[in-house]
Design a protein around this ligand. Structure first.
Ligand code: NAP
Length: 249
């Protein structure tokens, strides 16, 4: 089996982060032209420099995913720069953890806006064009904790569970137009964020994972790349648990 995305244009939000960067590289490695967005200019410039030194040619736009107008403008700019967007990976996301009793409205709103409102902001400007052209892929990066819940994360788990509601509804709306919509729910992945957790706590997390290790950003990127391909045309509205067996649905 060969995956070939030559000529396809992909927008991966949060491509400068751990999982997003791997997704950008995997999609580009099978021929897609890849764009991303970011907030942190310095980090993005470093990422562009480092990836271009390895032969990648990514486009990056400084747009916050909570900015509805900015996301619409970005979609227009990507279309001008690379062509109409065929693949959207809604990957940008944050955590801001605390127990619900201590959670401020700001903590609630910020996580919901970045993780959930972004689905509207990023996907809405491109969905019409995908359906008109009869081909499209929307892939939403949720989390194991959106499937099982987690103490200290009512804001995050609400947003991540909500992502899959969006997936199932939009999948039904666009299925006959050649557009698939799916959710990937990773477990604990060895990104900087997780590797920064003290080793003893990390080991306790790993002890709860049947395969006995953390996942890698590349493993998530491989699943996303498969879902973006023609091989996955019959998969829509699905939620993929990619968590080393930590939570089985
Ligand atoms: P990360 O390294 O912190 O990267 C997050 C990315 O999102 C960064 O590129 C960041 O860009 C971008 N971002 C955040 N808020 C943004 C905003 N308002 N507007 C635009 N971009 C924004 O995180 P990660 O670990 O790769 O996680 C990626 C996704 O996977 C997230 O949705 C996360 O919830 C999910 N996930 C991660 C794990 C894990 O174990 N790591 C497990 C399950 C699910 P800036 O730095 O420029 O802000």
């Amino acid at each position: 089996m060969k995956i070939d995305l030559t000529g396809k244009v992909a927008l991966v939000t949060g491509g400068t982060g751990g999982i997003g960067a791997a997704i950008c590289e995997y999609l580009a490695s099978v021929g897609a032209k890849v764009a991303t967005n970011y907030r942190n200019e310095e980090k993005a410039q470093e990422w562009l420099k480092e990836t271009s030194s390895r032969g990648f040619d990514f486009k990056a736009y400084q747009v916050d995913v909570t900015d509805t107008e900015g996301c619409a403008k970005m979609a227009g700019q990507i279309e001008e720069d690379l062509g109409p967007i065929d693949i959207v990976v809604n990957n940008a996301g944050i955590t801001w953890d605390t127990t619900f009793r201590k959670m401020t409205k700001e903590q609630w709103d910020t996580v919901l806006k970045i993780n959930l409102d972004s689905l509207y902001n990023v996907t809405h400007p491109v969905i019409e064009s995908m359906t008109n052209r009869g081909w499209g892929r929307v892939i939403n990066i949720s989390s194991i904790n959106g499937q099982k819940g987690q103490i200290g994360q009512t804001n995050y788990t609400t947003s991540k569970a909500g992502m899959h509601g969006f997936t199932m509804s939009l999948a039904q709306e666009v299925a006959r137009k050649g557009v698939t919509v799916n959710t990937v729910s990773p477990g604990y992945i060895a990104t900087d964020m997780v590797m920064a957790v003290p080793e003893d706590i990390r080991n306790k997390i790993i002890a709860q994972i049947p395969v006995g290790r953390l996942g890698t950003p590349e493993e998530v990127a491989a699943l996303v790349t498969f879902l973006a391909s023609d091989h996955a045309a019959f998969i829509t509205g699905a939620n993929f648990a990619q968590n080393g067996g930590q939570h089985m649905m």
